[in-house]
Write a protein that binds this ligand. Structure first.
Ligand SMILES: [Fe+2]
Ligand SMILES: [Fe+2]
Length: 493
């Protein structure tokens, strides 16, 4: 069904050429250079936040870099589990795929360990603890209840944008920390093979799927992204707290909201839009289902519309990364620039890149100090209890309304989770408006949302064609129900 010019055996061969060891990429005891920008501005977008001073922009960039790597470790949890499951499924039939799948699984576990080591170094030296999403096991176990094909679409989306980030933002970028650059390069080298294995797996699933199953897979893909969008909002809120602590500043509520908006915008573009607009991914979607491809394009326009509507007034501050990255990284700019799809196809690493980069060698990275024998081994932190807010996107994902779905998502409605509260909110909007509650798409037209916390904040966002995106928060103030009718403004000519 998909037109592919690679196979599992080739993926294994390429994987063997680029494979690296954690201790070579990040020796134990590596110190981070907090005088440098870590995450490219094209992804972080912290230098456009007008209310921040330059030293705060640098700190927020570093906080974002830490969260960026943690988000990879986060999604690698369900990627690893999916690969193990797929290998198990193929064990007695498709032996050609087993080695490639197991190899991807092993590499994802290695990436998680690397990113954990980075996070521990960051926590040790940054000076303040920075909040990151912790509930990856809960999220992974939930995602694995969705259709294998929908989950594989999400994985392919992630592994393609991972490469795009490196190729367009990181490679040859002398303005970011060389160690961070090296870290992402080594990750990219292995991810290049992962995306091919994903495409082969997606093809295998699609060949066995009915048209209805393919439609359900698109439902699941869009539903998982919407839930992930909610988690990104949680991360944005954690970031502003981390920045306040690290800066020793109590930001005004207006500034807090401006920072959160900027972080949300950056995360959404980095983790959603990049994947949804990746030319190779879009091509695969079209081969699976032109109707599904059109749905993803429509969802992309809604996300991009909101990003454009919340764009900041350009700051007078000059980013060390300059506008060079900011302009060349926009997916829409790529599409308009006439760059052919093959230019950002699943990349084939150059010969130089096929030689693994042996970790921090730059003078900006302090020489790793030998690890004393008494220094403890890296260990996984016990995840803290899951905050209720982090559960909401997942709960909502299980109850995607039929109003926007041609067919119900796979899975039984009997497994819906118990509501988090007993409050209800009625949202009155035009029939063609799309309603999001706490970062999760609820459907088009008027909506009633149950199971809300009566005393918690409910974030509502409305995207309506021809109108400026609307967002606001509602507090039920202990009442069992409330109704809102947002006044939508017509978009300008
Ligand atoms: Fe990875
Ligand atoms: Fe991967």
């Amino acid at each position: 069904m998909l037109q592919l010019d690679f196979d599992y055996a080739g993926c294994v061969r390429n994987s063997e050429k680029v494979s690296w060891k954690i201790d070579d990429v990040m020796p134990r005891g590596t110190r981070l250079d907090f005088g440098r920008t870590f995450l490219p501005e094209g992804l972080a977008q912290t230098w456009s936040i007008a209310c921040l001073k330059n030293y705060q922009k640098l700190k927020l960039n570093q906080i974002s870099a830490n969260a960026y790597l943690n988000l990879f470790a986060f999604v690698e949890e369900f990627i690893l589990a999916t690969m193990v499951r797929s290998a198990n499924d193929d064990m007695f039939s498709e032996r050609g795929s087993v080695r490639a799948l197991v190899r991807v699984a092993e590499e994802e576990a290695k990436h998680q360990e690397l990113f954990l080591r980075y996070r521990q170094a960051f926590d040790r030296d940054f000076g303040h603890s920075c909040g990151v999403l912790e509930n990856k096991k809960t999220v992974a176990s939930f995602i694995l209840t969705k259709s294998p094909m929908g989950v594989m679409m999400v994985i392919l989306h992630i592994e393609l944008f991972t490469q795009q980030h490196y190729l367009e933002c990181v490679r040859d970028n002398a303005e970011i920390d060389p160690f961070f650059c090296s870290l992402l390069k080594n990750h990219f080298l292995e991810e290049a093979q992962h995306a091919r294995v994903d495409a082969l797996e997606l093809d295998k699933l699609a060949r066995a799927a009915t048209p209805a199953a393919i439609t359900s897979a698109f439902d699941d893909y869009l539903g998982i992204l919407a839930a992930f969008d909610g988690l990104l909002e949680e991360q944005a809120q954690l970031d502003v707290k981390s920045l306040a602590a690290a800066s020793g500043v109590a930001f005004s509520e207006i500034d807090v909201q401006a920072i959160i908006r900027s972080q949300r915008r950056a995360y959404r573009k980095t983790f959603l839009i990049y994947g949804m607009t990746n030319p190779q991914f879009v091509s695969y979607l079209g081969q699976l289902s032109p109707v599904g491809q059109a749905r993803v394009k429509e969802a992309t326009a809604l996300y991009e519309g909101e990003i454009a509507a919340s764009s900041p007034v350009p700051s007078t501050s000059t980013s060390p990364s300059s506008s060079r990255n900011a302009t060349r990284l926009l997916p829409t700019a790529i599409a308009k620039s006439g760059i052919s799809e093959t230019a950002i196809d699943i990349p084939r690493p150059s010969d130089a890149e096929l030689a693994p980069s042996p970790g921090p060698r730059s003078s900006s990275v302090k020489a790793p100090r030998p690890l004393p024998s008494s220094e403890p081994e890296v260990t996984m932190r016990a995840p803290p209890p899951q905050p209720p807010d982090l559960a909401r996107p997942l709960a909502a994902l299980k109850s995607q309304p039929s109003t926007t779905r041609p067919s119900p998502p796979s899975g039984s409605v009997t497994d819906l989770p118990k509501p988090q509260g007993d409050g209800s909110l009625v949202i009155e909007v035009p029939v063609d408006a799309t309603v999001f509650v706490n970062g999760v798409e609820r459907g088009r037209g008027p909506q009633r949302v149950d199971g809300l916390d009566r005393n918690g904040k409910v974030v509502v966002r409305i995207l309506c064609p021809g109108h400026t995106p609307w967002s606001g928060s509602v507090n039920l103030e202990g009442k069992p129900a409330a109704k809102i009718r947002p006044s939508l403004k017509r978009a300008g000519p």
